[in-house]
Design a protein around this ligand. Structure first.
Ligand code: CMC
Length: 429
């Protein structure tokens, strides 16, 4: 043990010297050695493309064990939250660290509902955006402008302003998303109805709320709530890491979340739910020939991936995909005709899991594999799928941004590099 109280259990030996590094142990026994003195003591940096082995921070929000397929928010297993909680309760838990009491949850919900309406100028701004633009592009843009519409809530150093920005983002993201959707299909946007629940009102603002079946409306609201819970946080994924990196410069919560939305849009991240549906449609177009499609995926030259499969952290199964697959079966069971794309997805999953290409590389269905078929059954166009992911992920982004803001160890994110470009050369020849 050294004077800073940290165990020095890792020794790095290199030509010309050795350096002892502190070893840290997480709640569940995970180990990390602290490399922050490496450059000053040993004159070298670590090289870790994609940060696959780099912990950027210590966090108390979400725990994942990728080998065992474990996901917990603030210590609570995702299966328990999926079975008994609600999205708003989970949002509160992620952001505040503890489950709300009944009075706190009611208050939280009421505050969100009371702040759901957008300022008139913001409505006009959203309505002026290109209506055929991708909803994720418009969502990122609209959220970024919240820093202008609510300019008195952008100071990360002011806790009251941060609380207000947290509330406004959570309250208004569904309203913005529904407005973007209504504009895209040429329908008049609908204003929030504060008497309805968060998810129910989002579905009403999106679809108009007259499906004709109360039972179906309730089932869809329940399904949507569950999907939002399952997407609510996933520790240092690409978009959350982005939110943290942007926030580390003391940018506003709105600007950081807007950056997270743009990171989420990529097809290797949240955009995968749209890409899965497009892939299933492509296979259907090939007459449902799963074998040929999988052969193309396995041919590295083709550049084709099995979308909705594989994960940086899960190397056994993604616990979220199990929950979602069950939900998909429940929703699609209610359709008069069997859902062709769901059947195709089941076949594709079965064949991939029986194929050593996928099992050798530990590639299993992820959260995006079945979510799209549910969204499609509910009536969402594919371009809205990643927007729904963003609504779900928002509490996670906010929780991480707020945690970093109060972390005494947090510094501006500024990675190093290993320069391998041209050596010094003369401009004048
Ligand atoms: N289809 C075919 N091969 C794959 C796939 C896939 N979906 N994913 C990984 N591989 C192969 C990859 O070619 C590589 O093979 P080899 O060792 O022979 O070169 C090996 O598996 C390891 O892949 P990697 O790219 O090093 O893995 P990664 O951890 O960097 O990438 C991933 C993780 C999720 C980006 C990747 O699995 C992928 O592209 N999946 C498809 C897109 C997708 O579904 N994304 C959603 C992820 S979950 C939700 C979210 O994050 O939003």
């Amino acid at each position: 043990m050294s004077e800073d109280g940290k165990e020095r259990a890792v020794e790095l030996r290199y030509e010309g010297g050795a350096h002892a590094l502190p070893l840290l142990t997480g709640t569940e026994g995970d180990k990390a050695f602290e490399a922050k003195t490496l450059l000053s003591h040993a004159g070298m940096v670590t090289l870790d493309p994609g940060f696959a082995n780099t912990a950027a921070c210590q966090s108390k929000i979400t725990y994942i064990d990728g080998e065992a397929g474990i996901l917990r928010y603030r210590g609570y297993p995702i299966q328990d939250l999926a079975a008994g909680s609600s999205f708003l309760e989970v949002a509160y838990l992620l952001i505040h660290g503890e489950l709300p009491g009944p009075g706190e949850l009611k208050d939280f919900s009421e505050q969100l509902r009371a702040n759901a309406a957008l300022p008139v100028e913001m409505r006009a701004m959203i309505d002026a955006l290109p209506r055929d633009g991708h909803p994720m592009v418009l969502l990122g843009a609209a959220v970024n402008t919240m820093a202008a519409f609510y300019a008195d809530t952008v100071d990360p150093g002011d806790s009251d302003q941060v609380d207000r920005a947290t509330l406004l983002l959570l309250a208004q993201l569904p309203t913005i998303a529904a407005r973007i959707y209504r504009n895209s299909v040429g329908e008049q946007p609908l204003e929030p109805d504060h008497s309805l629940g968060y998810v129910e009102d989002f579905l009403r603002m999106t679809f108009g709320g007259d499906s004709g079946s109360k039972e179906l409306d309730e089932l869809y609201a329940k399904a949507m709530d569950l999907l939002l819970i399952l997407h609510a946080d996933h520790e240092q994924n690409c978009s959350t890491a982005t939110v943290r990196v942007v926030g580390s410069s003391q940018a506003s919560l709105y600007g950081s979340v807007s950056a997270g939305i743009n990171a989420l849009f990529g097809p290797l991240h949240g955009g995968a739910n749209q890409a899965v549906l497009e892939m299933l449609e492509e296979i259907r177009g090939l007459g449902g020939d799963v074998d040929s499609f999988l052969a193309k995926v396995k041919d590295k030259e083709s550049g084709t991936r099995l979308m909705g499969f594989g994960h940086r952290v899960y190397k056994n199964f993604d616990p979220r995909s199990k929950e979602i697959k069950g939900l998909a079966a429940q929703i699609l069971d209610r359709q008069e005709q069997p859902d062709e794309l769901f059947e195709l997805a089941l076949r594709l999953e079965g064949q991939a899991l029986a194929d050593s290409y996928f099992t050798d590389r530990k590639l299993y269905p992820n959260v995006d594999f079945y979510s799209g078929v549910i969204y499609r059954a509910m009536g969402f166009p594919t371009t809205m799928f990643t927007v729904l992911f963003a609504i779900g992920r928002l509490p996670g982004w906010i929780a991480h941004w707020r945690e970093q803001r109060l972390d005494p160890a947090a510094r501006i994110a500024r990675p190093r590099q290993l320069y391998v470009g041209p050596a010094k050369r003369s401009y004048n020849g």
